[in-house]
Design a protein around this ligand. Structure first.
Ligand SMILES: [Zn+2]
Length: 299
């Protein structure tokens, strides 16, 4: 078995089933890399939260250094501008954010019922539409989590704003679409981890259809979802993605694709697969033809 299949199979199916279950209350984030692997659960401490108001957010934090919270607030505002354009939605009042200074302290939060695992890098609560995140080890990781969780804030708002939708509509939304959007809107179309998984799926002739991804969560919904939503953006433009999300919440993804794209879902699924095969085949041949370095040097 190759490395990537092992990675895919390692993603615990039960975890994703639980995630689906909790979607009605919360969106939990699972990072591919458990950054905090091996740490003991820390002792509890109390936090003296302060309030920072930015134009679109009320941020609860306990940083002493104003420059840190200013910088974080700027990142939230940066992502707000991008996402509000993609969702054609603006906040009528500031949205609440709760920031912990590091991951172990985030895991102690009492704001979320239930435990937060070492692999969870952020949470967006559906009912309060509040983001709870830690500052991660690098600015890039923190920025990604902010961008990703804010997509979920707009996801939930879309359900509140439309009279025909409610949180019950979440059951119509496959995880690959929800997480794929959050990834695509926060990291763009190119991601090394996504490429690695897609390329390996092609090499192993195990590239899933949308129907297979919907019923089998062992196909990582973050990575395959990212690849699929990036394909939508490339092919039909980013402007169709939020409308497709709203139609999917109403009718499920199959009817939504017919209404928004004008093609049935299995055709879209096949186009996604063939575009990836076209893209990755040259690299695949290259990978397979690699010889050990000594052998290449002798030729
Ligand atoms: Zn997410």
């Amino acid at each position: 078995m190759n490395a990537i299949l092992k990675i895919r199979n390692k993603i615990p199916v039960l975890t994703f089933r639980l995630v689906s279950f909790f979607l009605f209350i919360l969106l939990f984030e699972l990072t591919a890399n458990a950054q905090y692997f091996g740490r003991n659960r820390p002792g509890y401490r109390s936090f003296d939260f302060k309030v920072y108001e930015s134009p679109h957010f009320t941020i609860y934090h306990y940083f002493d250094n104003d420059s840190v919270i200013n910088a974080l607030a700027n990142r939230f505002e940066h992502w707000y501008i991008r996402h509000s354009q993609l969702f054609t939605d603006t906040f009528e009042k500031p949205s609440p954010i709760l920031i912990y200074q590091n991951h172990p302290e985030f895991q102690q939060t009492t704001a979320i019922s239930g435990g937060i695992s070492i692999g969870t890098s952020g949470v967006t609560e559906a009912l309060k539409n509040r983001v709870v995140i830690p500052v991660l080890e690098t600015n890039a990781q923190t920025d990604h989590v902010i961008g990703h969780e804010l997509v979920h804030v707009f996801h939930f708002r879309a359900l509140y704003i439309d009279d025909s939708l409610s949180l019950n509509s979440l059951r119509n939304l496959p995880l690959w679409l929800v997480e794929g959007m959050a990834e695509y809107f926060s990291i763009g179309s190119v991601d090394a981890h996504t490429s690695m998984i897609i390329r390996d799926a092609i090499r192993e002739d195990d590239f899933p259809s949308l129907a297979e991804m919907t019923r089998d969560y062992s196909y990582n919904p973050y990575r395959y979802g990212h690849s699929f939503v990036a394909f939508l953006g490339r092919t039909w433009g980013d402007d169709i993605i939020a409308p497709l999300y709203r139609e999917t919440a109403k009718f499920g993804y199959e009817r939504a694709m017919e209404r928004i794209i004008g093609l049935n879902a299995s055709t879209v699924s096949d186009l996604w697969k063939s575009s990836n095969i076209t893209h990755f085949q040259p690299y695949l041949d290259d990978t397979l033809s690699h010889k050990p370095i000594g052998e290449r040097l002798l030729r």
